[in-house]
Design a protein around this ligand. Structure first.
Ligand SMILES: CCCCCc1ccc(-c2ccc(S(=O)(=O)CCO)cc2)cc1/C=C\c1ccccn1
Length: 239
């Protein structure tokens, strides 16, 4: 995929998102905690772009029994998506750039009173060594970033095109560290950071958008992580 015209952008945005995901939520970043459920903490910043709510979101979660690679492969793979993406109405693979990079067109269920939305984005999965701790296991990241495609111009169907940048960054921890082939799922934990910025593309009342995000994001992350646990529990561990 390195010779694909999108590759420089894919490389830049993916590494930028990895850095952004690893920034903490304390300090002057302006992050406010808006949802909590067990080990899941969800933060948002209130931001508007030309009068539209584009509140960045950052969620931190810790999930037992799955690895970073398993979580990211489920998030990336089209065949699992209908099993966890609750607001999805339709999904098309617009382009297969390589085995680790796809272009998706997704339409999401209409959320009254706003008009229906769709999203066209490239999705890239990769593992990166943890430069801060070479002994730690690799980080895995999936980055989704809006793109254009001649076959799917925006607003050509009934939907308003949203513009999004999303990443999910995961790291596996084995506790207690032991002989690699004696590790059970009870010994592994996956630390997940999910970041998203969605520009709704066309007008939607700030109150509606903020209510949608407040309701949908916690549901989305809980459903996604439960789906991962369910999918992996009877399978050999994929590190
Ligand atoms: C007025 C309503 C406008 C929002 C409509 C909408 C747009 C985009 C998206 C969306 C959410 C997550 C992704 S992803 O993380 O890349 C995974 C792949 O699907 C891509 C798209 C959703 C939704 C609608 C609902 C909604 C909003 C948050 C969370 C969950 N659902």
């Amino acid at each position: 995929a390195v010779n694909h015209k999108l590759w420089p952008e894919i490389e830049k945005v993916t590494m930028q998102q990895l850095h952004y995901a690893r920034l903490g939520v304390g300090g002057a970043g302006g992050w406010q905690l808006f949802a909590e459920d067990g080990d899941m903490r969800m933060y948002r910043r209130e931001e508007e772009a030309d009068g539209l709510v584009v509140d960045p979101l950052k969620a931190c979660h810790v999930v037992k029994g799955v690895t970073a690679r398993e979580v990211c492969q489920i998030f990336f793979s089209p065949e699992y998506r209908s099993g966890w993406e609750t607001t999805l109405e339709d999904m098309t693979i617009a382009e297969t750039i390589s085995n680790d990079t796809l272009v998706f067109l997704q339409t999401h269920k209409r959320i009254w009173p706003a008009s229906q939305r769709d999203a066209l984005f490239w999705s890239h999965i990769r593992s990166v060594p943890d430069d801060q701790d070479p002994d730690a296991s690799d980080l895995w990241i999936v980055c989704n970033h809006s793109t254009e495609h001649p076959q799917y111009p925006p607003n050509s169907n009934k939907c308003v095109r949203v513009y999004l940048t999303v990443c999910i960054v995961c790291q596996t921890f084995v506790d207690p560290p032991k002989d690699p082939n004696k590790i059970s799922r009870d010994d592994i934990t996956c630390k997940i950071t999910y970041c998203s910025v969605v520009n709704p593309g066309g007008w939607a009342p700030a109150s509606v958008l903020r209510a949608v995000y407040k309701r949908e994001y916690p549901k989305f992350l809980k459903r996604f992580t439960s789906f991962c646990i369910e999918q992996c529990k009877d399978k050999p561990i994929l590190f």
